[in-house]
Design a binder for this molecule. Structure first.
Ligand code: GTP
Ligand code: MG
Length: 375
């Protein structure tokens, strides 16, 4: 087998090279877009020169004439051992499936390339640039339609991004909601610490008695920070907990993480609103979640009156396109970004410009995240 890597400006160009150098039998092993200006593509292709020799021994061999001394032939229904012909077939099948997957990816890329080829070169650059930074195709195309070239991209993106200055409004209660493990409890501890440092009187209410250890986690944070903690047995009793803290400037409410697709959170949290708690709702989304999950989560959680979004686990993101994707999909202000596990330090309240700078930065590992704080 001969394997070769091709570099080109587009998938179409790479495939033409593969065909020219390796012929029609070449299979695509992998393909990917590479960042840069302009972006390039890298395609790995292989051609199997031994196909014919390897295939011939596998052809059915006519059964030798029976002499009467050999054991009787194996019944047809008896399963063949995996190491034998069946194993070989299974492996061949999975190779074919993998190759078909690669070919499908390539075809999709070629189709997208063909659509892009109809665009003026300056717009094509915009599209590649945005997709290379993790901006979702549909948002990248919308932006592309609004700009003439790369220099107009920051301005156009800025129009679609809003932030919540200082991380929260003037509401008395702030409730954090979001999928399991997104960082709600940790973020409450960070927000409570920031509010205390800013001179506010703070209390925390936990609605999360569901997960083993959840209460212990928030209890420890509250104790360390010297902040009173209330445990609300259910959402109807959150109002009484908040009311008991009339002397506080802000009460943070921690909630149970739920799979957004299950809808269980709706029944659990609706009573908070029905009881008339003056609550501001922050939806937390992880920067590492994929776009399909983000869409599903937003569809589910937007049934509650979400005021703003906090994006967590920025430190684990490979690209920052999610920041723009969240802003464009949800149309809500971004309140803060959390940048690690450390409490209270790993949270920042970036300006719109700083958010955008992060999205547009080529290498997300470069910027000093700590320097984003309040930029
Ligand atoms: N890398 C990284 N980890 C984080 C960040 N925020 C929280 N975590 C970690 O994520 C894990 C889950 O955090 P929690 O605060 O318990 O998440 P939660 O949303 O309250 O979880 P549930 O209550 O179980 O739904 C913990 O290990 C945190 O330390 C962040 O910004 N970056
Ligand atoms: Mg929690």
């Amino acid at each position: 087998m001969k394997i070769k890597t091709f570099h080109a400006r587009s998938f179409r160009e790479a495939l033409a090279q593969v065909k020219k150098e390796m012929g029609e039998d070449a299979v695509i092993l992998s393909s990917r877009e590479q960042k840069g200006l302009p972006p390039t593509v890298r395609v790995e292709a292989a051609v199997d020169y031994e196909v014919e020799e390897a295939a011939s021994p596998r052809l059915p061999v006519p059964a030798p004439a029976r002499t009467g001394e050999e054991p009787p032939p194996r019944p047809a229904a008896e399963p063949l051992p995996e190491s034998g012909e069946m194993g070989h077939l299974r492996r061949a099948l999975s190779e074919v499936r993998a190759e078909m997957g690669s070919i499908r990816e390539c075809l999709e890329a070629v189709q997208a390339d063909a659509a892009d080829a109809a665009l003026p070169p300056a717009k094509r650059d915009v599209l590649r640039f945005l997709k290379g930074r993790g901006v979702r195709e549909e948002h990248a195309r919308k932006l592309c339609g609004r700009v003439a070239g790369l220099t107009e991209v920051p301005g156009a993106m800025l129009e679609g991004v809003t932030v919540r200055e200082g991380g929260r409004g003037s509401g008395k209660a702030v409730m954090l909601i979001g999928p399991t493990g997104v960082g709600k409890t940790t973020t409450i501890a960070k927000l409570a610490a920031a509010a205390t440092q800013a001179g506010s009187r703070v209390a925390v209410v936990s609605l999360d008695g569901y997960r083993i250890g959840a209460l212990e986690q928030i209890r420890i944070y509250s104790k360390i920070m010297g902040i009173p903690l209330e445990i609300a047995p259910d959402a109807r009793r959150v109002k009484a907990c908040v009311d008991r803290h009339a002397d506080k400037d802000v009460v943070f409410i921690d909630t149970t993480g739920r799979n957004p697709m299950s809808g269980a959170f709706l029944a659990e949290l609706s009573p908070v609103y029905e009881a008339g708690v003056p609550v501001e709702t922050h939806l937390l989304i992880s920067a590492t979640c994929d776009y399909e999950f983000l869409e599903g989560a937003w569809k589910a959680y937007s049934r509650l009156p979400v005021d703003c979004v906090g994006i967590t686990k920025i430190d684990e993101a490979v690209r920052y396109g999610t920041l723009y994707n969240v802003a464009a999909l949800c149309g809500k202000p971004i309140a803060y970004l959390t940048t690690g596990q450390a409490v209270p330090g790993d949270i920042t309240f970036p300006s719109r410009k700083k958010l955008l700078q992060m999205v547009l930065t080529e290498n997300p590992a470069d910027p000093d995240l700590a320097a984003c704080a309040n930029a």
